[in-house]
Design a protein around this ligand. Structure first.
Ligand code: PLP
Length: 390
């Protein structure tokens, strides 16, 4: 394949070679089941403990036993929301979330509404994707048992005021879950300082393997397991652990902590350069999400008027650039993303979305190439668009 320019690190990241090396022995030589009491099992169990401590350190949890390994970020979200909601049904059946959550959260809330008679309030967001804390407080009812609001948005990079939300939830004795899948490796996460009760992570967004996630559960938080089976993960997540994957997650977490300050500084520079150049060189474009500290360092999202995000992607792909649009293709029709629509954008504007997301491996040369090519791709597509009049 000719040279590729990868700008979709929010979808998934490359597996770091150090992570791969750490995982490799656990596919063959160190094959034991961590639940077995003989040496092979104990070796695997020790590897799990080490990985758990590394994930604990990444989020500054008080105790490594507060980390439950899962099969993905999606599973961590499901376990957190269904597990906490079902464990607290004696206290109420109301959940608060936001309209811009990932589908792993939104569809889980919808499931609880449909099948278990929960009631869910979906908070709106402002034009930059932020929830309003006043509206959050007003939405709280005596029967509210759980608030689930993401740390940072996967499409537009908006960072929510997690510390304040945790404070408000705590004042009302409501559990607070946050999906930190996109925030990990980009922002410092400190569960003790922020006071969240539940926090979801995914390894493949931080240069780890796919198919591994984790849920942080603060000591004392009630959680009903969602899978019935063995006693793994202190009876909170049955099934034999994915040892190579978890070892890889641990290594990725260790590297993420070590690399964070340098990576953050580099990506903020690239991010702001892309935003400034595009707003300067291309007309009729909207930046989605805020600027500055309220935005993830690795995320840039635009809507280009008069053209379709999908055609931008195809044209960039032909030039070797991999990026993403906010829209999902559902049963043959192109539905604009729920996140874009929640910002108050029309369907037409929402359709022209492009997400550029960067990672540890992103280089200045790649950013140069993107910026050399993006304006001409947009112009070419506009020249062909019946909606565009120049
Ligand atoms: N939550 C957010 C915010 C995400 O961006 C993603 C993945 O894109 C997930 C959850 C799901 O994670 P996983 O792919 O590990 O299931």
């Amino acid at each position: 394949m000719s040279k590729r320019y990868y700008f979709d690190h929010a979808a998934t990241t490359t597996l770091d070679s150090e992570v791969f090396q750490a995982m490799e022995p656990f596919f063959q030589d160190k094959f034991g089941n961590p639940s077995s009491i003989y040496q092979e099992g104990q070796q695997a169990e020790r590897a799990l403990t080490e990985a758990r401590e590394k994930v604990q350190q990444m989020i500054n949890a008080a105790d490594s036993r507060e980390i439950i390994f899962t099969g993905s970020g999606t599973e961590a979200d499901n376990l957190a929301i269904k597990g906490a909601a079902m464990a607290r049904m004696d206290r109420g059946n109301h959940i608060i979330t936001s309209k811009t959550e990932h589908h792993a959260v939104l569809h889980t809330c919808e499931f609880l509404e449909k099948h278990l008679d929960f009631e869910v309030t979906y908070l709106p967001v402002d034009e930059e994707g932020l929830i309003d804390l006043q509206e959050l407080e007003e939405a709280i009812r005596p029967d509210t048992i759980l608030i689930t609001i993401m740390t940072a948005n996967n499409e537009i990079g908006t960072i929510q005021p997690i510390f304040r939300i945790a404070e408000i939830a705590g004042e009302h004795d409501i559990y607070f879950h946050t999906d930190a899948v996109q925030a990990a490796g980009q922002l410092e996460i400190d569960v003790q300082q922020s006071g969240v009760d539940l926090l979801s992570l995914s390894a493949h967004k931080i240069n780890g393997p796919k198919g591994v996630g984790a849920l942080y559960v603060k000591k004392g938080t009630r959680l009903l397991p969602q899978m019935q089976g063995g006693a793994q993960e202190r009876k909170r997540r049955a099934s034999t652990e994915n040892v190579p994957g978890i070892v890889g997650f641990g290594k990725a977490a260790e590297l993420a902590v070590k690399r964070l300050p340098e990576k953050r500084q580099k990506l903020i520079k690239f991010r702001d350069r892309i935003i400034d150049t595009v707003l300067d060189e291309i007309s009729e474009v909207r930046l989605n999400g805020p600027r500055g500290d309220q935005r993830l360092p690795n995320n840039v999202s635009f809507c280009f008027r008069y053209i379709e995000g999908e055609s931008i992607l195809l044209n960039l792909d032909m030039l070797g650039i991999a990026a993403s649009s906010g829209s999902a293709c559902t049963s043959g029709s192109l539905d604009p993303s729920h996140v874009m629509l929640s910002l108050g954008l029309s369907h037409e504007v929402a359709h022209g979305s492009l997400r550029i997301s960067m990672g540890y491996s992103t280089t200045e040369e790649e950013v140069d190439y993107l910026l050399e090519n993006l304006p001409s791709v947009i112009q070419k597509l506009r020249d062909m668009s019946p909606l565009y009049e120049g």
